[in-house]
Design a protein around this ligand. Sequence first.
Ligand code: CNA
Length: 278
Amino acid sequence: MDESVSPQTLHSRTLEAVAEHIKSGRVKNVVVMTGAGISTSAGIPDFRSPETGLYANLARLNLPYAEAVFDISFFKENPEPFYTLAHELYPGKYRPTIAHSFIRLLNDKGILLKLFTQNIDCLEREAGVPDDKIVEAHGSFARQSCIECRQAYPEDDIKQHIAAKSIPRCHDCNGLVKPEIVFFGEQLPAAFFASRDLPRDADLCIVMGTSLTVQPFASLPEMTRKTTPRVLINKERVGSLGSGTDDVLILGDCDDGVRKLATACGWHDELESLWAKT
Ligand code: CNA
């Protein structure tokens, strides 16, 4: 961080100053951007953490390269590795983390403008963030369809296949069926492009649990206005976070970070009881 430049909006580049900003009532439109790191404490591995990340543990799937498991051309030739992984990641097995509940709390406070998530685990929904506040930039397991004729495929049927570790095929054309999560080589959902300018309207931006390496998502924090405070809650520094005049870095575990921020806002008990109910 360039300490010689004074913050424009905050008193200082600290967690306490962010909490003061929130408590002042001036924050009405928070944009949150998240990635796999907010779900690791739920037991879902992220991609890129050394040793524990999925990419470091895919050898058993015999992939030519780790990202192939989410590559549409590879999937067309060999869908098995993806379905092996889908068996592990499929929603219903995991409980939202307190970081998910923190986003829900922002919404309950009436200040969540939008949550942009790269996650496909649907834990934001399970934590109670309303559907119209979520942009699932990389899709999710919420719907599935045939990759050939695009026909929607019944949820009960895919659940059975995923439980049995078998490959679902379209009831109409026998094409491969895939959950509507965005693979490398596929277009992002229209909802992402329709909302990608929203960070300009934000008066606070919170980035959590992402390496900010996948474009175009990685550019979202750049869409905020120059004086909008941007808070990074992550194990490591990522993207340009830390270079803006009002950037605040809360480096470490996401759950610890949101607990500290909630406590500084006077929301500690509310957050804990919200999370206990999920
Ligand atoms: P990533 O590239 O694996 O990065 C994760 C980031 O989170 C890294 O910077 C880690 O240091 C950090 N991190 C990990 N655990 C914690 C923690 N407990 N506290 C704080 N920071 C932590 O993941 P991205 O989301 O950036 O990459 C985008 C991909 C990952 C998207 O396409 C997702 O679909 C995909 N993904 C999603 C899930 C999921 O839905 N839960 C799981 C694995 C991968």
